[in-house]
Design a protein around this ligand. Structure first.
Ligand SMILES: Nc1ncnc2c1ncn2[C@@H]1O[C@H](COP(=O)(O)OP(=O)(O)OP(=O)(O)O)[C@@H](O)[C@H]1O
Ligand SMILES: [Mg+2]
Length: 358
C-alpha cells in the first residue's frame, strides 16, 4: 500500500495552532486540508476547505466525512461520539479507542499500568471522602485532577494534607459529587521530559529524541532537545514510547509526557493523542517534523526519519512575549513560528521559536 495519493484530503478536527501546522505540512505532500472546527482559528486561516460547526452536528459531520479521505484531530477533547460517528464512514487516525483512553486520566493510567508502564501511584475519586482516603494512603502532597478536559494545568490542584481534601475537591469539582477525578501521588522529579513518537498504518514506529521540558505557570515554557539525561534514562523513555504506541495499536503521532525520578526511573505522566508542544523543535531540528510525520501516518505513507540534525531549544511566545519577535528575528539561528492570533492576551500561546545549536 502506497498511502493516499496526492490530491487526497486530510480532515482535521480542531482549528488551533496544531491544526494549522499540520495543515502547512500536508501541502508539500500534495494533499488538501479540510478543517472542522466550531469557529475560525489559526488553522482555518491556512485552508480554503473548512466546516464551521459544532462537534455534535451530525449533518455537518456526515458531509465532512464524505469530503475527506482520512481524519485526524489536533486536540483531544473532541467528543468520542464524534470520532466514532466519523470512523463509521472514513478512516479516523488515531482511532476512537486511543482517543477515549487519552482523554480520560483514570482510563489512561489504568491502560499504562496494564501495559506494564510505570506511573505515579494513583486512585480514582468521585468525592472529597475518596480524595482524603487516597491522600492518607499515598501520603501528602498529592495532585487532584479532573479526569477530563484538563490542559495547561487547569482542572487540578495540590492536596497538601488529608485535611485539605475538602478544599481541593471543591476547587476541582466545583463542589459537585460524582465528577470523575484522579488523585496522584506527588512525583519528586528531577526533570520533566517527553517523547513524541509516530506509528504508521503498517505498524512501523519512529520516535524523536527524548526532550527536556521546563514549565512556567503550568504552561510549557521551554523544551531542550535532546534532554540532558543518561543513556539509560533515554533508553527507558524510548522503550516506553514503543510499548505505549504499540499497545494502543495507534496510527498517528503521540506525545508522551514523562517524569524522570531522582532515582533515574522514568514514569509516564500523560498522553496526548496528537502532535505535542514539546515536539515543535522537530520543525527545524529534524529530518522530518512531527507535523509532516502526522500527515504521513494519517495518510498511510511511510514514516519519515526522526533523526536530529541539530540540537535545539524551543521556547513558547506567551502573551506579550510576541512583542519580542522583531528582536528574535535578528538571531540567524532562530526560526519564528507565529499562529496568526490577532491579539495577545496574558497566558495565550501566540507562537514559538526554535533556536538551533550547531
Ligand atoms: N503527580 C504529579 N507530581 C508532580 N507534579 C505533577 C504531577 N502531575 C502534574 N504535575 C505537574 O503539573 C503539570 C501539569 O500536569 P498535567 O500534565 O497532568 O496537566 P495538563 O493540564 O494536562 O497540562 P498540559 O496541558 O500542560 O500537559 C505537569 O507538567 C507537572 O509539572
Ligand atoms: Mg501535561
Amino acid at each position: 500500500m502506497n498511502g493516499l495519493p496526492p490530491g487526497s484530503v486530510i480532515g482535521i478536527l480542531g482549528g488551533g495552532q496544531l491544526g494549522r501546522m499540520t495543515a502547512l505540512a500536508a501541502y508539500p505532500l500534495g494533499y488538501q486540508v479540510h478543517i472542522f472546527s466550531p469557529e475560525e482559528g489559526p488553522a482555518t486561516q491556512v485552508t480554503p476547505l473548512r466546516t464551521l460547526a459544532q462537534y455534535e452536528d451530525e449533518d455537518a459531520l456526515a458531509r465532512f466525512a464524505d469530503s475527506v479521505h482520512a481524519v485526524t484531530y489536533e486536540f483531544e477533547n473532541v467528543p468520542s461520539a464524534t470520532a466514532e460517528f466519523l470512523a463509521a464512514r472514513v478512516p479516523v487516525r488515531p482511532g476512537p479507542n486511543a482517543l477515549a483512553i487519552c482523554q480520560h486520566r483514570v482510563r489512561e493510567k489504568q491502560f499504562l499500568n496494564d501495559a506494564g508502564v510505570g506511573t505515579t501511584r494513583w486512585g480514582a475519586a468521585l468525592s472529597a471522602a475518596d480524595v482524603a482516603r487516597w491522600v492518607s494512603e499515598f501520603g501528602a502532597p498529592c495532585v487532584l485532577k479532573t479526569s477530563r478536559f484538563g490542559y495547561d494545568g487547569k482542572g487540578q490542584t495540590i492536596v497538601r494534607s488529608v485535611d485539605d481534601a475538602a478544599r481541593a475537591w471543591t476547587v476541582v469539582s466545583h463542589g459537585r459529587d460524582g465528577v470523575e477525578c484522579i488523585v496522584e501521588a506527588f512525583v519528586d522529579f528531577s526533570m520533566e521530559a517527553s517523547v513524541v513518537v509516530a506509528r504508521g498504518v503498517r505498524g512501523d514506529v519512529a520516535s524523536f529524541d527524548l526532550v527536556e521540558n521546563i514549565h512556567r505557570d503550568h504552561i510549557l515554557n521551554r523544551t531542550i532537545a535532546p534532554a540532558r539525561v543518561t543513556e539509560d534514562v533515554a533508553a527507558q523513555a524510548d522503550a516506553i514510547a514503543h510499548t505505549v504506541i504499540n499497545a494502543l495499536d495507534y496510527v498517528g503521532v503521540l506525545g508522551i509526557e514523562m517524569f524522570v525520578g531522582r532515582d533515574g526511573r522514568v514514569l509516564v505522566n500523560e498522553l496526548a493523542p496528537r502532535p505535542h508542544n514539546s515536539g515543535h523543535w522537530t520543525q527545524n531540528g529534524c529530518v522530518t517534523s512531527q507535523f509532516e510525520q502526522t500527515v504521513r501516518a494519517v495518510m498511510g505513507l511511510p514514516l519519515g526519519s526522526p533523526r536530529r540534525l541539530a540540537d535545539a531549544e524551543m521556547f513558547n511566545l506567551i502573551g506579550d512575549d510576541v512583542l519580542r519577535v522583531p528582536e528574535l528575528l535578528t538571531d540567524p539561528n532562530n526560526h519564528v513560528h507565529l499562529y496568526g492570533k490577532a491579539e495577545w492576551r496574558p497566558g495565550r500561546k501566540m507562537g514559538h521559536v526554535n533556536r538551533l545549536r550547531f
